[in-house]
Ligand binder design. Structure first.
Ligand code: HEM
Length: 405
């Protein structure tokens, strides 16, 4: 079997970035496991587009994260500098950078903070945050749903989880913007130092006293004699910002887009708001916030059903593609908020399965139902083709979503 990337089937093609599902539909049929040379790095990236292959890769420990320890230096150098920047070392010791047994140990500790009860306790606050944002938007006949609602809501939730007081929220938003979007100049480094210092203070407060928030849970978490050390705590905070923010923005944004494009489904939900649970699952399947998972490397040559993935190559299972696989989902391109069963993989599979999934589901459900209750006639206020999508391979969401209320 040979798999040669062509322009028309290349997932790096700008046309594919604008409409990835069209390309994935063809890839699933014509070259479901597809090695493509990255346009910038020249490294080979292997895309998996069938549901069963995506699940198999994510469960297979021959694909891993910690390449500095597991791959020879000449391969590591293709992806990262020989010596890590000390500042990045502080924020890189987190779950998505680790393999077992380090991952297992850290995840067990983090789990102690993300208990169902701790998440459930956030519910009234999330409801209040949604209510306040909607009140701020009240006087506007139209607006950008991302900037006004989908973006601020998860930032405020994460800020509260981390013990950031309302007065410090604006500073926190600046820091998170720097961390998420611009880490490469001196100003950014200064901003990150400031953020670390701020978070160190919040951690020290919680070492003295349990404040009942998720950060207290992380600081106090113990397994035998083991605890998260300071670098692990700061890395975890960084991961929560990165993994928990834009993903949730996209859940709200992509979800509202799907509902506005399918008015009958939206009406059904408005008539029976209890349908929000299966509706959120269908949004995650139909138009998920994460396109491919984070990178994993083949730690040895791996034979995937006759296709050899060479040691040191990157694999990128596509969650968007798996969630439209007709072998698993009947009529996969139909948006049906009552779909059952719905075994989508929008939160990943295996040991790195999203730890924030219950929180994200709750945020999405509250945000969408509150919005529909306040603005029952909400509609898209721009031609669908004019919507600007982010171009990253990892995240799948819009830069803005013009709506009329
Ligand atoms: C709809 C919103 C979200 C989606 C679609 C989502 C999706 C994902 C996916 C696909 C992964 C696995 C990545 C991989 O295997 O490479 C992941 C991991 C993770 N997510 Fe989420 N996520 C969401 C929201 C959140 C939230 C709100 C938080 C926390 C505040 C969070 C925290 C994490 C963490 C800590 C991991 C790493 C787990 C590990 O490596 O063991 N996520 N998420």
């Amino acid at each position: 079997m040979t798999f040669i990337a062509t322009d028309t089937l290349s997932i790096f093609d700008p046309a594919a970035r604008a409409n990835p599902q069209a390309v994935y539909a063809r890839m699933r049929l014509e070259k479901p496991i597809s090695g493509e040379v990255g346009p910038v790095s020249g490294n080979t990236f292997w895309f998996f587009t069938r549901y069963n292959d995506v699940v198999a890769v994510l469960k297979d420990q021959r694909f891993g994260k910690n390449i500095r320890e597991k791959l020879p230096p000449e391969i590591v150098r293709r992806f990262m500098p020989e010596e890590p920047d000390p500042m990045f070392a502080v924020i890189n010791r987190h779950l998505l950078e680790l393999d077992p047994p380090d991952h297992t140990r850290l995840r067990a500790l983090v789990h102690k903070a993300f208990t169902p009860r701790a998440v459930q306790e956030l519910q009234p606050r999330i409801q209040q945050i949604a209510y306040d944002l909607l009140t701020d938007m009240q006087s506007k006949p139209e607006g950008d749903l991302i900037a006004d609602y989908a973006f601020p809501l998860p930032v405020i939730v994460i800020a509260e989880m981390l013990g950031v007081s309302p007065e410090d929220r604006n500073k926190f938003r600046e820091w998170t913007n720097t961390l998420l979007f611009g880490m490469d100049d001196e100003k950014a480094r200064f901003s990150i130092m400031e953020f670390m210092q701020y978070m160190n203070e919040r951690i020290e407060e919680r070492e003295k006293e349990d404040k009942g928030d998720i950060l207290s849970g992380l600081v106090q978490a113990k397994e035998g004699g083991d605890k998260l050390d300071r670098i692990e705590l700061l890395s975890m905070i960084f991961l929560l910002l990165v993994a928990g923010h834009e993903t949730t923005v996209n859940l709200i944004g992509n979800g509202m887009l799907a509902l506005m494009q399918h008015p009958q489904q939206m009406q059904k939900l408005q008539q029976d708001p209890d349908l929000i649970k299966p509706a959120v699952e269908e949004i995650l399947r139909f138009n998920g916030p994460v396109e491919t998972t984070t990178w994993r490397w083949a730690l040895e040559d791996v034979d995937m059903g006759g296709v050899i993935i060479p040691k040191g190559d990157v694999v990128l299972p596509s969650l968007l593609a798996a969630n439209r696989d007709p072998d698993i989902f009947p009529n996969p391109d139909v948006f049906d908020i009552t779909r059952n069963p719905n075994p989508h993989v929008a939160f990943g599979v295996g040991i790195h399965y999203c730890i924030g999934a219950p929180l994200a589901r709750m945020e999405g459900a509250i945000a969408i139902n509150a919005l529909l209750a306040r603005h029952p006639n909400i509609a898209l206020n721009a031609p669908i083709e004019s919507l600007q999508w982010n171009h990253s391979l990892l995240l799948h969401g819009m830069k803005s979503l013009p709506v009329v209320y």
